[in-house]
Design a protein. Structure first.
Length: 282
């Protein structure tokens, strides 16, 4: 079965600075495209989407240019980078100028602002929403990465930008470990009513018990996401290398295949390849 990995990161500490990694020793080193290729060996992954890795803001443009160069390299490897989701700071007055400096590249598919580590009200400002609304002018999507308790704020942002295509990362980061899913369930259902939002089924193993998670732990989350968004608006993402805190890339991919196997090959093709290729225009 063909697989498009819609959510993988690369960071090279020798090039750029990722201060957040200092708080997670297992991730506080470089992860290169060659490392990813090795991690994906033995899987059906054919292409990937490079997603920004919350680089320190002074290096954001440099990371974007590096990723775009990687996507157009003549040495792409067996799993080429089919598209790039670049970093952005919509809360900044310099955002329009930054966008003008990166738009127009065929491999640039969208942008992302990590919100799960920021104050809940960051996306509520007029400036933030104005800059996100402008993405429609460039045909760029917005990957929205929030905690489950921030889903209400995400809904408000999405409603204020009706012309923008949104992709919810990591199914809204539910608290899989501990099974605290009730608020997440209702908020995800409400968010999914917006037709201009798709959902990445990614990042779940790191929200579960890192050492003891099982397929049974993940199944209710996956099935609820699919029930909310339907088979046309869900897509697979590895969240490599962050997933390595709890799982290898292949183990997570195999778990999701096991969970969805009963729904038939046609639906799995949509989840693992077709939807991602459509949303990211690959």
């Amino acid at each position: 079965m063909r697989v498009l990995d819609t959510h993988q990161h690369i960071w090279e500490m020798e090039r750029l600075t990722y201060s957040w990694c200092a708080n997670t020793p297992a991730l506080n080193r470089s992860f290169t495209i060659d490392d990813y290729q090795r991690a994906a060996e033995g899987t059906d992954i054919e292409q990937t989407i490079f997603v920004e890795a919350d680089v320190d803001e002074p290096f954001m443009l440099e990371e974007t240019r590096y990723a775009l160069a990687l996507a157009t390299s003549e040495r792409p490897g067996p799993r080429p980078v089919a598209g790039v989701v670049a970093g952005i700071r919509p809360e900044s007055t310099g955002c329009p100028r930054y966008l003008e400096s990166i738009v127009g590249h065929e491999k640039l598919k969208g942008v992302r602002r990590v919100l799960h580590t920021e104050p809940d009200n960051l996306s509520a400002s007029d400036l933030f929403r104005l800059n996100v609304r402008s993405l429609a002018d460039y045909n760029l999507s917005f990957d929205i990465c929030v905690l489950s308790r921030q889903l209400r704020a995400a809904i408000e942002l999405i409603d204020s930008c009706p012309q923008v295509s949104f992709i919810l990362d990591h199914v809204g980061n539910p608290l899989v470990r501990g099974g605290q899913l009730e608020g997440w369930r209702s908020d995800l259902r409400e968010l999914s009513q917006r037709p201009h939002v798709a959902c990445k089924i990614s990042g779940l193993v790191t929200r579960a018990d890192h050492r003891r998670w099982t397929v049974a732990d993940l199944r209710p989350v996956v099935e609820h996401a699919i029930d909310c968004f339907g088979w046309e608006r869900v897509m697979f993402g590895s969240d490599w290398p962050v997933c390595t805190l709890a799982s290898s890339l292949r183990t997570w991919l195999d778990a999701l295949k096991e969970i969805t196997n009963c729904f038939g090959e046609e639906n799995q093709r949509k989840l693992f390849y077709e939807n991602g290729a459509r949303v990211y225009r690959c």
